[in-house]
Design a protein around this ligand. Structure first.
Ligand SMILES: Nc1nc2c(ncn2[C@@H]2O[C@H](COP(=O)(O)OP(=O)(O)OP(=O)(O)O)[C@@H](O)[C@H]2O)c(=O)[nH]1
Ligand SMILES: [Mg+2]
Length: 319
């Protein structure tokens, strides 16, 4: 098994959603397709020097390839359907006036452990690579803060074989919609710096908007010796974009929630509100705040699109 084959094995073991399964199947077929050519070329070479072009080998490759191509077209169609359904879900969620906080990071950094600790959910957290293939989302209310949607994502790795990039990216679309990105790092890992660089590159190549508020969450503080742990704590003190935590001991977890809540105070997001004709006071308030970007009249009232902060949102609900 080469590296691609191995990663595919892991992916297929972990794929949980319909989309994940389809993407892994497609990647596996594409992989087989290239191996097929290589396998046959290898055979031809072994037979060696017969000197005829074409021959039985050639035809066999062609028909094997065609079978794989047909299967790929079928999978692509199914996948398009699944992605469409998911886009609908996303559009529906965009109307939920909760900010999205995405946990991203290198595989095994501790994203799912942080996620579980914050939500009390039982997402698979294991000491193995790619424990999460598909993004998982939960809503939670931050202490003294707004309700948010927390998103756990699949782990990144360096030098992901190109033929697996599409499968990997599609699992990360949610990150593009995030209001806040928490880049979770295993700060005890010898290659922590390289991993972080890799994650930043992937985020850029995914097209994450540059102005997305993001934090580095330096995790596994408990695994450092006292001197290094103190150095990391001091660094986090100085740098407002760096947070030091241990998802296992719980150190820094309250601060993490407070920092997210605070960052969301200034964040502006879009929401679509349905107002009845009796909600004249609410509607007037929205216009007075100058946050209405679109309005449509319906039989029951108005559908108003606004861009507002979470403060404005809670003020609105008190009217
Ligand atoms: N000592 C220590 N171990 C941790 C900490 N956070 C997570 N771990 C362990 O690190 C391993 C990986 O944690 P996960 O939460 O599964 O990591 P992940 O980032 O979700 O990994 P993938 O889903 O594979 O990308 C598990 O064995 C966790 O128990 C921490 O703060 N301290
Ligand atoms: Mg995980």
């Amino acid at each position: 098994l080469d590296r691609t084959g191995l990663i595919l094995e892991i992916f297929s073991d972990r794929a949980a959603t319909r989309e994940g399964v389809l993407q892994v199947e497609m990647a596996a077929l594409n992989y087989q397709r290239t191996r097929l050519v290589r396998a046959w070329t290898h055979l031809e070479r072994q037979r060696g020097g017969l000197g005829f072009v074409g021959g039985p080998g050639e035809t066999q490759i062609e028909s094997d390839r065609r079978a794989i191509d047909d299967q790929l077209v079928r999978l692509r169609r199914q996948l398009d359907k699944v992605v469409k359904t998911r886009a609908l879900h996303r559009a529906a969620r965009a109307k939920v006036p909760y900010p999205i906080v995405a946990l991203v990071g290198y595989t095994n950094a501790g994203k799912s452990t942080v996620f579980n600790r914050l939500t009390g959910a039982d997402v698979m957290a294991k000491d193995m690579l790619f424990a999460t293939l598909d993004p998982t989302m939960r809503s939670l209310v931050l202490p003294d803060g707004p309700e948010i949607i927390l998103s756990d994502t699949v782990g990144f790795i360096s030098d992901l074989p190109t033929e697996l990039v599409a499968a990997f990216r599609a699992t990360l679309e949610e990150v593009l919609a995030a209001d806040i990105i928490c880049h979770v790092r295993d700060i005890s890992h010898a290659e922590s710096e390289e991993q972080a660089r890799n994650v930043r590159e992937i985020l850029t190549s995914l097209g994450v908007p540059k102005d997305t508020r993001s934090f580095e969450v330096w995790n596994k503080l408990d695994l450092l010796d006292d001197d290094r742990a103190n150095a990391v704590r001091a660094r986090a003190q100085r740098d407002p974009d760096v947070l030091a935590i241990s998802a296992i001991s719980g150190e820094g977890m309250d601060n993490l929630q407070a920092v997210i809540a605070e960052a969301l105070q200034g964040a502006v997001r879009e929401a679509e509100l349905t107002l009845g004709f009796a909600d004249g006071k609410k509607r007037a308030w929205l216009f007075a705040q100058e946050i209405v970007t679109d309005e449509k009249q319906t039989e029951e009232g108005f559908v108003v699109t606004v861009r507002w902060s979470s403060e404005q949102e809670s003020q609105f609900h008190r009217i």
